[in-house]
Design a protein around this ligand. Structure first.
Ligand code: SAM
Length: 685
């Protein structure tokens, strides 16, 4: 059946809602964008497939639209997270299990974090400590010195108060003693508590270390290097106590109202899994990767702040927070509950009573109520029948940008999941995978996607990589598998990422949404599957015209990184994909920039060379954006700039409106636009 659909257009991404904030995951797709695509390309009860499902946004959004859905990911953690995201749970039962866990944990962690308040001598809790590594030579083992202690004292009503090192030097001395004792008797503590701490090495079977390790971890690539011994013990204890929660003890459950209910084992296990995902969600903030923020806006902070693990690597910052893991766990648990509540509300709004996970493909195919199938396997072989899928929405790994297996090892190792690297689709020298392996593995997946998708149906692939060469590899592996490329949309994310500021010229600035079709007629012309041989002179002429068109439309100098991102749209429109060698584009761009036509500013922005006077009919883009924002003040849309909770205008809301108005080749430069927004709305110069 042929689907007759309108052209895709920009969908303004919303920030993640609570149901997706239960756990960190890299490059989670905005739920509303995913939902709109699924809504457009499918009808109720159709089958959606995501062969790289990651944290499961496609899976949950498909279910919320009453579609059947298959999610595949080779990484067991991704499947575990997806399963927990779509789990329906009785919140009362979840609370009950949490308080049972709390009863078991709190008394046992007293030797690690309980203290007496140095002000009133009443019982208090250590909330955070700051440690400083004085060993600068990363080849040598770290030498960590206690720099600051913070406590909670109910009696003095202190919540996370800094204790002065000089004034309370005895308090510090006794804390140092406590930690030394824990470090010296680490094995005995493990035995007494009856716990097993995972001993995991960040090392591949081929003997090579993980690529994304920094500082001391490079020389001692072990999980235990990421935590203080005290936190390893407390974490080990929390994990053990979750595992020890036994169904038989909770078979009968009494609500607060006194009403008794029998609990099904399956519901009990779901709640227990949620306690476990809360545990892994808390690992990053219980580790030594919690770096210390000591300055804001170039000013030294009186109270240093907790930085979180936003990096794409595992590391040991020189100064770090040791956060009490049980306090962190409680905070994460609130997020888990919020997430489940949000999901419950959404299901209710859609009048969906039950989400049932099929145990097998047979169960999924034969039972219409089993609306979701999750497969923990490589998508190089998809165990679905030919032509059984109505739509594919997927977000494949981005070349070498995010090392999912390496990063998720923090969670997988604690869960006891041993994950072989053979199946990961990635570029990573240490896994012996270069572009060639990446390309052939992607090709294998898309060949399977082609097989299982119904004829005349569509696949949307989203992608995020600044390197055109990698984008070309992706597109060519899809087209070689038989798909026809229909269109491509370039879209900016809803908010500024810290990373995009730090690596302004390197990091990806936006996402691509590429629409492919399974069109058997297209496949008949086998020529279509081959990479295009391009005539360099013609390509150069056309690209030159295109760049000129972009600059004239924007009527101002344009960051090179944006120009390079726009080129894909041109290549699709002109039917140049897949390119035999994408490097030709770099070469042509280099020629163009060295030609008399253009110049590149110090800020790496392109504009016409001085002697070439362009015929400008448009106002400069930034002036157009400024007038647009000024006009907004008197419009209906003005309200949408405000965050409903904080009642303040937010940058992401403002950006969203700007991107709706100025997109495609008019997508504005992030930095320049922030200045305009500041000027118009926040009266900053
Ligand atoms: C870019 S992420 C997907 C993120 C997802 N869109 C989300 O919103 O969370 C790519 C995923 O592909 C998975 N992956 C890598 N190789 C795979 C393979 N051979 N088969 C299935 N999944 C694979 C990774 O584990 C990762 O979760």
């Amino acid at each position: 059946m042929e689907l007759n659909l309108s052209k895709d257009h920009i969908i303004l991404p919303k920030t993640h809602r609570s149901m997706y904030l239960m756990h960190k995951f890299w490059a989670r797709k905005p739920y509303n964008v995913v939902s709109e695509y699924i809504r457009k390309y499918t009808s109720e009860n159709d089958v959606v497939l995501d062969p790289f499902c990651g944290s499961g946004v496609t899976i949950a959004e498909s279910l919320l639209l009453k579609r059947k859905v298959v999610g595949i990911d080779f990484n067991p953690f991704a499947i575990f997270l997806t399963k927990n995201t779509i789990a329906q749970v009785n919140l009362n039962l979840l609370n009950l299990l949490f308080s049972a866990l709390s009863d078991r944990v709190v008394s046992k962690i007293a030797p690690f974090y309980k203290t007496n308040c140095p002000y009133c001598d009443n019982p208090a809790i250590i909330t955070q400590s700051i440690w400083k590594n004085t060993q600068k030579d990363s080849e040598e083992p770290p030498n960590e010195v206690l720099d600051e202690i913070r406590i909670k004292c109910p009696n003095c009503k202190l919540r996370n108060a800094q204790i002065d090192k000089k004034e309370f030097s005895d308090f510090y001395k006794s804390e140092i003693k406590r930690v030394e004792n824990i470090n010296d008797n680490y094995q005995e503590f493990q035995q007494t508590l009856g716990i097993d701490i995972p001993t995991f090495q960040f090392k591949y079977k081929n003997g090579k270390y993980y690529r994304q390790l920094r500082h001391h971890l490079r020389n001692a690539p072990k999980l235990e290097q990421l935590f203080t011994k005290r936190n390893l013990l407390v974490l080990g204890l929390i994990k053990k106590e979750i595992q020890d929660l036994n169904y038989r003890e909770y078979k009968e459950f009494t609500f607060e109202s006194g009403l008794k209910r029998d609990i099904k084992e399956i519901d009990f296990e779901k709640a227990k899994d949620l306690l476990m995902i809360t545990f892994t969600a808390n690992l990053g903030q219980s580790s030594k990767m919690v770096w210390v923020i000591s300055k804001r806006k170039k000013k030294k902070l009186k109270k240093r702040e907790v930085g979180s693990w936003t990096h794409h690597f595992l590391w040991n910052p020189d100064v770090f927070f040791e956060v009490n893991p049980w306090r962190g766990y409680k905070t994460r648990f609130r997020k888990t509950k919020r997430s489940k509540n949000d999901y419950k509300i959404r299901l209710k709004q859609k009048r969906i009573e039950k989400v049932e996970v099929a145990e097998s493909i047979k169960g999924f195919n034969q039972n219409n109520r089993r609306n979701v199938l999750l497969l923990n396997q490589s998508s190089e072989q998809i165990t679905l029948d030919d032509e059984t899928v109505d739509y594919i929405f997927t977000d494949p790994p981005y070349g070498d940008s995010v090392q999912y297996l390496e990063l998720t090892s923090l969670w997988n190792s604690w869960l006891g999941n041993r994950v072989g690297y053979k199946n990961e689709i990635i570029i990573n020298k240490n896994q012996n995978k270069e572009e060639k392996e990446y390309s052939s593995k992607l090709y294998a997946v898309f060949k399977e996607c082609y097989r299982v998708l119904k004829s005349g149906h569509y696949m949307t692939v989203t992608f995020h990589n600044t390197d055109l060469n990698i984008r070309n590899i992706l597109i060519s592996s899809v087209t070689r598998a038989g798909f026809k490329i229909e269109n491509l949309i370039f879209q900016m994310p809803p908010r500024n990422s810290l990373k995009s500021y730090l690596h302004y010229n390197k990091s990806p600035v936006g996402d691509y949404f590429i629409k492919f079709k399974k069109d058997p007629k297209f496949l008949q012309g086998r020529e279509n599957l081959k990479s295009k041989k391009v005539k360099p002179l013609i390509l150069k002429r056309k690209l030159n015209e295109y760049i000129e068109h972009v600059l004239l439309s924007r009527a101002e100098s344009t960051p090179a990184i944006l120009l390079f991102n726009f080129i894909d749209e041109f290549l699709v429109e002109e039917n140049y994909f897949p390119l035999k060698n994408a490097k030709i584009i770099d070469k042509i761009m280099e020629d163009l920039v060295n030609s008399e036509r253009y110049m590149v500013t110090k800020k790496n922005e392109w504009w016409f060379a001085k002697k070439y006077k362009p015929d400008l009919t448009n106002k400069p883009l930034s002036a157009r954006i400024k007038s647009y924002l000024e006009r907004l003040e008197n419009s209906e849309e003005y309200k949408s700039l405000y965050n409903q909770k904080s009642k303040r205008k937010t940058y992401s809301n403002i950006y969203n409106l700007i991107y709706r108005e100025f997109n495609g080749i008019l997508t504005p430069d992030r930095r320049a636009t922030t200045k305009i927004i500041d000027n118009v709305f926040f009266k900053k110069c």
